[in-house]
Design a protein around this ligand. Structure first.
Ligand SMILES: [Zn+2]
Length: 417
């Protein structure tokens, strides 16, 4: 057991921060056993070793719900929109993952990068290569963070080097799940049909069946750009809309994460709400590829579950702090601001909810698993000062994120940064 003493900041609801200036967390094994004011906890747990981390602040570990591991080296390739960018920059980059030495090197940098940015849970697409997927799990295991990983499934409309037959891809996916799903309580299989244009109905239905067998997270892309939507309408003329394709394939459920969801009709939003699936908002990626600006506030007001993702390589980095800041800015450009507290909520408890883990993660409450980060607010302050004003500090963290801001990261009570 260990007591950590520091300022505690989390966002248990949209628009509301919870702050304890002189706070304490009691860690026992992988869990937070007690949390609150230091003056209450210290006498209650007298004799337990105290780690005084002041003036650092403790925040819940950040949850990146959508990013692409093999694309890390291809960030910031400017000038194209989604479909041309995929052909020109992304597919060749992912094809390099046929080389296990390269795949391992990138995976190692990727997971370390996540932790450095304060991400303690990452949901990531891999390339389509089974060996690279295995290596990614091994590197995540070593790095110590929580990871939900799966190869990007594609059996059409991509370069031959990245395609696998539906049978083969599903067999490999199942083997990967048998080996890794649930390991250490922090590694899980993601079932990741890339997007409808690159998957046959056979592959998508089979993927849904594998996901059901493992109760696995399903991740895919939805309604990112008008050209993509037109392509889907051509490929699936019988479907009422893009969302309807995934619904017909059995891919929509409470553990489904849909990247983007920018251009959605009211009818599609009704289908999504009924299914319990979540939208993953990736605003930096959306700006970069000129995909559009998702009506975040409206989707939230309508009750759609939303989390945030960095979407590397269309997003320029693995920084969820920058993603939160950009989400605030993008919402303001629409004239529909959300505020920094809501941004933090989406990157923590919102992400946990999308994964079905709201009872385990996302806030600093007693009973939750001890996934949290340490940040140094003075580093983001323009004059390097300390502050006890949570709204100001969080604004600085989001709008002035910089390397070194995150000073530590714990997953299941174990320090991994
Ligand atoms: Zn993506």
């Amino acid at each position: 057991m260990m007591l950590i003493r520091a300022a505690l900041l989390d966002a248990p609801e949209q628009g509301r921060l919870r702050f304890v200036e002189d706070g304490a967390l009691l860690l026992e094994g992988a869990r937070i056993q007690d949390a609150g004011r230091a003056e209450d906890l210290l006498p209650r747990h007298a004799g337990i070793e105290v780690h005084d981390l002041r003036p650092l602040w403790v925040l819940p570990g950040l949850i990146d719900l959508h990013t692409h591991l093999p694309q890390l080296e291809a960030v910031a390739q400017d000038g194209l929109t989604l479909l041309d960018w995929l052909e020109t920059h992304i597919f060749p980059t992912e094809a390099r993952f046929a080389d296990p030495v390269h795949a391992k090197e990138v995976a190692r940098a990727f997971f370390r990068g996540c932790l450095r940015e304060g991400t303690t849970t990452v949901v990531a697409y891999g390339s389509s290569h089974p060996e690279a997927a295995e290596l990614a799990f091994r590197e995540a295991e070593t790095a110590g963070l929580r990871a939900v990983l799966g190869p990007a499934l594609m059996d059409r409309n991509a370069p031959v080097a990245l395609l696998r037959s539906a049978d083969r891809a599903l067999f490999e996916l199942e083997s990967l799940g048998n080996a890794w799903h649930g390991r250490h309580g922090r590694l899980e299989l993601a079932v990741a049909p890339r997007f409808a244009p690159s998957c046959t109905p056979t592959l998508m239905r089979g993927a849904a069946a594998v996901a059901a067998r493992f109760d696995a997270v399903i991740e895919t892309h939805l309604a990112e750009t008008p050209a993509e939507i037109a392509w889907v309408e051509n490929l699936f003329p019988e479907a009422p809309h893009y969302t309807g394709v995934y619904e017909a394939m059995g891919l929509l459920g409470p553990r489904t994460l849909l990247g983007h969801g920018i251009h959605l009709s009211a009818e599609e939003r009704d289908v999504l709400r009924a299914s319990g699936a979540s939208i993953v908002h990736c605003p930096r990626s959306n700006a970069f590829l000129q995909s559009g600006t998702m009506p975040l506030r409206r989707w939230l007001e309508e009750g759609l579950p939303v989390g945030l993702g960095t979407d590397v390589a269309a997003g320029p980095s693995l920084s969820m702090f920058e993603e939160m800041g950009f989400a605030c800015q993008a919402a303001k450009l629409r004239g529909e601001p959300i505020g920094v507290a809501t941004a933090l909520h989406l990157a923590t408890l919102g992400g946990a909810r999308a994964l079905g883990w709201e009872a385990r993660l996302g806030t600093l409450d007693a009973g939750k698993e001890a996934d949290f980060i340490l940040v140094d607010p003075a580093l983001a302050d323009p004059l390097g000062r300390e502050s006890s004003e949570p709204q100001t500090v969080l604004s600085h963290l989001l709008y002035r994120a910089r390397p070194g801001l995150v000073r530590g990261a714990y997953v299941q009570g174990v320090r991994c940064l």
